[in-house]
Design a protein around this ligand. Structure first.
Ligand SMILES: [Zn+2]
Length: 382
């Protein structure tokens, strides 16, 4: 089966500029050719033709921090996950890193999607996050109170089929009466990193506070999620080690928006505002220092799957990236973070045909991400 998408502007996920007057040939699940419209190969002659109508074709988006199984009651968790996955694909997300749910339903759903039984992005799922006792939303995490227990909790996720390990490095107290340290601690974090890396998996840390982020970076984690309180020394260490940052700015922006908590007392609102400003500053400093950044949203904890569009805009407006840098953060760079750059994240002959067709040009205006004309995942149009 082959498809020729013609009459398009083409952005490959890397270049400073899009190519005008382009076309692209899909054969089965891969891109067979992409180039100037007049140069289409012989093989294109029998293909089904899709007129792009002057729109922009780019790699499908990658959300590096998503929770498709969040909040689903266990009996219906897989159904909830698949519904969210279909919505993510419709938004243009063709791959995502799922960073935790109360069960392994996302791993099950990811397999169903990979077998072609349900529509959705390619998913790399963490299973349950690993946290210290009382250090996360009740009932979600696999809890561990020592390096040995941490290794066992990581092994349980690996056995369930996790493709990434997620650790709650700076705890989120499970309730107002719960007292937990500000960091999981270097010994437990090092045990987790060792256990993940030993089986060839990457490991990432939820870190709202500075302590958790600093300790996770020192323990050799591959990535920091949120990183709202990074200081200059931690940022410099991340740049030196090549540690990624997924700043999830859209989640923090939403948390300080008045409509998120109507009637919130002014001092609470002011604290939320201060946290948002700190998050913006941390992302801005990290970008300036050369820390590798990928786009992630924290959907669907308190933002919808469409939030990836706003995250790209915030990486530009708030973190100071150029439009092309922000779009790379949501495509080719995110693919490197997910370890799938040999398969997707760019438009190139031989790579998977994971594609997004927009009416406008997102390099010109990121708002163009909202006008989706078509989404292909592994060569199949949604
Ligand atoms: Zn999250």
């Amino acid at each position: 089966m082959s498809t020729l998408i013609t009459n398009i502007r083409l952005w490959d996920g890397l270049a400073e500029r899009a190519m005008e007057g382009a076309a692209l040939l899909i054969v089965d699940e891969r891109v067979a050719w992409a180039g100037a419209r007049g140069d289409a190969p012989e093989a294109a002659s029998g293909a089904e033709v899709v007129d792009g109508d002057g729109g922009t074709l780019l790699p499908g988006l990658i959300d590096a921090h998503i929770h498709l199984g969040w909040g689903g009651a266990s009996a219906r968790a897989e159904e909830t996950t698949l519904r969210n996955a279909a919505a993510a694909l419709a938004t243009g997300i063709t791959a995502a890193r799922d960073l935790g749910a109360p069960s392994h339903a996302v791993i099950t759903a990811a397999r169903a999607i990979a077998r072609g039984e349900a529509p959705g992005p390619h998913l790399i799922a963490a299973g349950r996050p690993v946290a210290m006792p009382g250090g996360y939303a009740p009932g979600v995490a696999a809890e561990a109170d020592s390096p040995e227990a941490v290794r066992a909790a990581v092994a349980a996720q690996v056995a369930a089929g996790a493709g990434i390990i997620k650790v709650i490095a700076s705890p989120v107290p499970a309730g107002p009466e719960v007292r937990v340290p500000r960091s999981f601690g270097e010994a437990s974090l090092a045990a987790a990193a060792g256990a993940a890396h030993a089986v060839g998996l990457r490991i990432t840390a939820h870190a709202h506070s500075l302590d958790g982020a600093r300790d996770a970076v020192a323990a050799g984690f591959d990535c920091i999620e949120h990183g709202y309180r990074l200081d200059a020394a931690t940022i410099a260490e991340m740049a030196r080690r090549g540690t990624w940052l997924v700043p999830t700015l859209v989640a923090m922006e939403a948390a300080q928006a008045p409509q998120m908590a109507p009637g919130r007392p002014p001092e609470t609102a002011a604290r939320a505002r201060e946290r948002w400003e700190a998050a913006v500053e941390a992302a801005r400093q990290a970008h300036r220092a050369g820390v590798r950044i990928a786009a992630g949203t924290d959907a669907i904890t308190n933002v919808p799957v469409t939030a990836i569009r706003r995250e790209v805009a915030l990486l530009i407006e708030a973190a100071g990236m150029s439009p092309v840098q922000a779009l790379r953060a949501a495509t080719s760079d995110a693919a490197v973070l997910l370890g799938i750059a040999q398969e997707t994240g760019r438009i190139h002959a031989g790579l998977r045909a994971d594609l997004l067709l927009l009416a406008g040009d997102p390099l010109d205006d990121p708002a163009a991400l909202s006008e989706v004309r078509g989404v292909w995942r592994s060569g199949e149009r949604r």
